[in-house]
Design a protein around this ligand. Structure first.
Ligand code: AMP
Ligand code: ZN
Length: 114
């Protein structure tokens, strides 16, 4: 999608602090972190949000979460854990319409969300 900021990161048109990349996903630090560790794991395929997932995409989401947990461990958060969040659409306060998993750690998180 030409106007999608995350597709531009995937295309290398916008810089990002990448943690890793393979043929189907990329992980990079959030530009506005809300925790000492805060990165995003996204598919290279432009999927708007979790509600608009196609059936064929289900295994991909599993692989995104697998990468998310591996990276959270690599970031030193294995012992204390963290938070994995997918915001979807208006009530989820999704601001970038390209599926992404927020992965956060390094401090205790609050609950419930505001
Ligand atoms: P959401 O509200 O779930 O759609 O979250 C979008 C996230 O993308 C926010 O936490 C932003 O800080 C983050 N973000 C937006 N633009 C960039 C960017 N260019 N590089 C890294 N993170 C970004
Ligand atoms: Zn996109």
């Amino acid at each position: 999608m030409s106007d999608c900021i995350f597709c531009k990161i995937i295309a290398g048109e916008i810089p990002a602090k990448k943690l890793c990349e393979d043929d189907e996903m990329i992980a990079f630090h959030d530009i506005n972190p809300v925790a000492p560790v805060h990165f995003l794991v996204i598919p290279k395929k432009h999927i708007k949000n979790l509600l608009e997932l196609e059936a064929d995409d289900t295994p991909l989401v599993g692989r995104l979460f697998n990468k998310a947990r591996e990276l959270l461990k690599e970031q030193g958060c294995e012992e204390n854990g963290g938070r994995f969040v997918i915001n979807a659409k208006k009530h989820g306060l999704q601001t970038v319409d390209h599926l992404h998993i927020h992965v956060m750690g390094g401090r205790p998180m609050g609950w419930p969300p505001g």
